[in-house]
Every structure is written in structure tokens, then in C-alpha cells.
Design a protein around this ligand. Structure first.
Ligand SMILES: [Zn+2]
Length: 248
């Protein structure tokens, strides 16, 4: 017999979607589409999030992860280990491993290059912590940044900050270096920029072909590093020296 008891009013039953209104992710997506702004996995969408919406998005993602766990036939109602996994995963995605999508770029001040410095320097290794767009599993490695200063300079530690922000998104490695290069060019307009990235992909180590030692190395060279082969060679030589420092 069908129960005639009224449906209890719970947090879930008053979700806006139940009344035909849009969920928070749908509203944000709509805003992006109306502005004709891409929202691919490695894009930052923080300009399109209004005050307080990140919290609402976190609740929506947690609800969806809960459904995912249920679909995986995990008894989240009785398993004390996975009881709050959905909330943890939602928090981790939005505020940690994919924070570079939802949070604005950290404030990075640039200064005029008053001494007209024009010698190249390299910074590294900078930790690479990212995830592949295909499987959402970790990409871990290091990157080195080479700069031939232009009109503006930024502090050394700022390269790590901007790299962390860029890498904390789902990526493919080939695009990650290009996005990082664009951001650094925007920040300090160097005369030359080179980036080398070496990383291990857990979608190759943990699953798939299961090659535990395989890594991927790629680089981007722009400006003077691109036009001057000796400058490019100097960058790779400096990186090699920085790497050998690590083994001492
Ligand atoms: Zn993958």
C-alpha cells in the first residue's frame, strides 16, 4: 500500500532544483555561457562566482559525490570510513587540488626594473601538483622557470605562487606549461621566458599501462629564449646545475 504520509521537509527536498529553479552550478554555467567565456577544466572561473556561491557550490558537489558513492554501491550510511567522504572530496576539489579554477589569482605585485637587469636567471625546482583532465588522478613533478627580465620584475617566491595556482586545476601537461607561461608574461612582461616541466602521471603509474617510472618532460620557450639558441642552451644548462644541487 502506498503511504499517505506527507513527505518530510528536509534540506534536500527544499533544494531549488526541486522547484524548477536552477542549481548553483547551472546558474554559474549560464552566466559563463551568456558572457561567451570558456569554462574548460583548466580555466579559472572565479570572476563569475558571486559572494557566498562557493559555499553553495561545495554543498552541491558534496551531494553529487554522495550520489557517486551510492552508485559505486558503497554503503555510506553504515560505513564509518566513507560517511563524510563526499564532504571531504567536495572541499578538496574546490579549495585544494582544483582551487586554481575557483579562487582568484593570489595577489602578486610587480615592480619597475629600475636597474635595467637583463641577465637571465632560473627559479626551480617548483613543485608541480596537478591532476590529469582525463582521469582526475595526480600529476606530480617539478618545473623550472627561466626569465630574461623586461620592464617589470616580480619576487622569486611569486613564481611558486602563480605556478601553484595554475597547476591546481585538471590539466594535460602540454597545456599547463602554456597557461603558466601566459600568466607569467602577463605579470612581468619578460624579454624572454622559458619553462621546463617534468612530471609523473598517476594515470600511467596507478592504472592503465602501470609504468611506475615513466615521466613526461616538456618545455616552452618564448621571446629571446626562442630567438637566441645560446640563451636557450644556457637555460637548460642552469636547470641541470639546479638539479645537481639537489643530489648534494
Ligand atoms: Zn589521465
Amino acid at each position: 500500500m502506498t503511504s499517505t504520509l506527507p513527505t518530510p521537509i528536509t534540506a534536500r527536498s527544499i533544494e531549488p532544483t526541486k522547484h524548477g529553479a536552477l542549481s548553483i552550478s547551472q546558474r554559474i554555467r549560464q552566466r559563463l555561457q551568456e558572457a561567451d567565456v570558456p569554462f574548460l577544466a583548466n580555466d579559472n572561473i572565479s570572476d563569475f562566482l558571486h559572494e557566498g556561491e562557493l559555499d553553495q557550490l561545495e554543498s552541491e558537489v558534496a551531494e553529487k559525490v554522495r550520489e557517486l558513492l551510492r552508485s559505486l554501491v558503497i554503503d555510506i550510511d553504515n560505513d564509518h570510513n566513507t560517511e563524510e567522504t563526499a564532504e571531504r572530496v567536495a572541499r578538496m576539489y574546490l579549495h585544494e587540488v582544483f582551487k586554481g579554477r575557483y579562487h582568484p589569482q593570489p595577489k602578486i605585485a610587480s615592480f619597475p626594473n629600475v636597474k635595467q637587469l637583463d641577465e637571465i636567471y632560473t627559479v626551480g625546482p617548483i613543485s608541480v601538483r596537478s591532476a590529469c583532465s582525463h582521469h582526475l588522478v595526480p600529476i606530480l613533478g617539478s618545473c623550472w622557470i627561466g626569465i630574461k627580465p623586461g620592464q617589470r620584475v616580480i619576487g622569486l617566491s611569486k613564481f611558486s605562487r602563480v605556478a601553484d595556482w595554475v597547476f591546481s586545476r585538471p590539466h594535460i601537461q602540454e597545456e599547463a606549461v602554456l597557461i603558466l607561461a601566459d600568466e607569467i608574461e602577463r605579470l612581468c612582461e619578460p624579454q624572454g621566458l622559458a619553462i621546463l616541466l617534468k612530471a609523473q602521471h598517476y594515470c600511467m603509474k596507478w592504472r592503465g599501462v602501470k609504468e611506475p617510472q615513466a615521466s613526461m618532460i616538456n618545455s616552452v620557450v618564448r621571446g629571446d629564449f626562442r630567438h637566441d639558441p645560446s640563451l636557450k642552451a644556457e637555460f637548460f644548462e642552469l636547470v641541470k646545475q639546479q638539479e645537481s644541487l639537489l643530489s648534494h
